[in-house]
Design a binder for this molecule. Structure first.
Ligand code: UDP
Length: 388
């Protein structure tokens, strides 16, 4: 995976790289960015929250780089940017409920338009929040950059194919881009960021394997239990049981917890989470879906903790075999790979991760996309005005 892969051919096709039409689009000029986080969980996330972790890191880095960023996010968010909460409360129990997403996006668009009318226009909206802003992106005069955070399914492919062209779309992995519908132009592949300053390098590992994530079949906590059993290792499972995951948890996970060899510590946050990642012998990723990214892999690797993953989705780009972990095909192979983790050099593992996904490089990639998107939309507006 290259650090950032902005599609030069596509940018040319879309007109990116043509003459700048606004002073703020000059390469060095700071941008005024409306960062639109989802309404579900505050930023940074108190615990579980992959998208919110990405938004927090990217926002922090863009502010450090001198941009004027407003973070539209759930209440309770805090950031180096100006924080603009929109709803009265976060809604972690209602993820993907359209009522909250529509309300959140409509309020953000209203605030962004209000700023424009009062002489403080935004150069770009960076949308991380599902589907509403993407579907409505052509209803607002500010260019919208939309990061794809989810997988492509039959339903989302049809949605993106229908609304393609309304926003400038960024994929978070090549694996994700490969599954996009043909109608959807993707202007760049920009990986999710990690900031090494947030994570320690720990070379002396403890005798446990770690699985951390959502309690769903695709993420494979039950397969992690099987791997640890075969490898004869202790397993720590971490993560909340979210609404709708209770039956899976009760059937596939709970009966196999013995309080010693296999334990579930629930949702972890703060230093406890950092320590769990940093001291684990390995992180297990027995995923059975084309996962578009997987922040937990970066979080482990930056601590020098190897990742043992099934070769699915973005895992094939994120895990560098024999440098940051191993790619395997089933539980038996994963259990065998546990005995090879000593061959991974924690320092090299961390260095490789920083080289690929450092927050500064990711922010730079997005800057390029923002400026390109603003130029394209400005050129389109000029053409539209000339046609009247
Ligand atoms: N996470 C956390 N506490 C937990 C479980 C998960 O803070 O108990 C965090 C984890 O560190 C990661 C994010 O939630 O930053 C999950 O993101 P990922 O991309 O791995 O998974 P997804 O977004 O698909 O659930």
């Amino acid at each position: 995976m290259t650090v950032v892969d902005v599609q030069q051919d596509l940018l040319v096709e879309l007109g990116l790289g043509s003459r700048a039409t606004a002073p703020a689009m000059r390469e060095a000029a700071p941008l005024r960015i409306a960062m639109l986080a989802p309404p579900w969980i505050s930023v940074p996330p108190p615990g579980y929250g992959g998208i919110e972790a990405v938004v927090a890191l990217l926002t922090r880095e863009l502010v450090r780089r001198g941009h004027d960023v407003t973070l539209f996010a759930a209440p309770g968010s805090h950031s180096e940017a100006v924080v603009h909460p929109l709803l009265a409360a976060p809604h972690p129990e209602a993820i993907e409920r359209s009522l909250y997403e529509v309300d959140h996006v409509a309020r953000a668009f209203a605030a962004i338009e209000h700023a424009g009318r009062h002489g403080r226009p935004y150069d770009v909206i960076h949308d991380h929040c599902g589907f509403t802003a993407f579907a409505m992106a052509d209803r607002i005069a500010v260019p919208v950059v939309h990061t794809l955070h989810g997988p492509f399914t039959t339903d989302t492919c049809a949605f993106y194919a229908h609304h393609a062209g309304k926003a400038h779309v960024v994929a978070i992995s090549h694996a994700q881009r490969a599954l996009a519908p043909a109608e959807l132009p993707i202007v760049a592949v920009v990986p999710n960021p990690i900031d090494a300053a947030d994570w320690p390098l720990v070379s002396a590992k403890d005798d446990y394997l770690l699985w951390i994530g959502r309690m769903t079949a695709e993420k494979g906590p039950h397969r992690a239990i099987e791997v640890a059993r075969r490898a004869g290792m202790r397993l720590v499972l971490a993560g909340p049981v979210q609404p709708g995951q209770e039956t899976f948890y009760e059937r596939e996970v709970l009966p196999y917890l013995d309080g010693e060899r296999a334990i579930h510590v629930g949702e972890v946050t703060g230093q406890r989470k950092v320590d769990l990642f940093a001291h684990a012998r390995a992180l297990l990723m027995p995923i059975r879906w084309p996962e578009p990214f997987g922040m937990v892999m970066l979080e482990a690797m930056v601590c020098g903790t190897p990742v043992l993953a099934f070769a699915e989705g973005a895992a094939c780009e994120i895990v560098m075999p024999e440098v940051t972990g191993f790619l395997v095909t089933n539980e038996e192979e994963m259990a065998r790979a546990v005995s090879c983790t000593g061959a991974i050099d924690p320092r090299r593992c961390r260095a490789w991760t920083i080289e690929r996904c450092d927050a500064r490089a990711v922010a730079l990639g997005y800057e390029q996309v923002y400026r390109g998107a603003a130029r394209v939309d400005a050129d389109r507006a000029v053409l539209a005005a000339a046609a009247i």
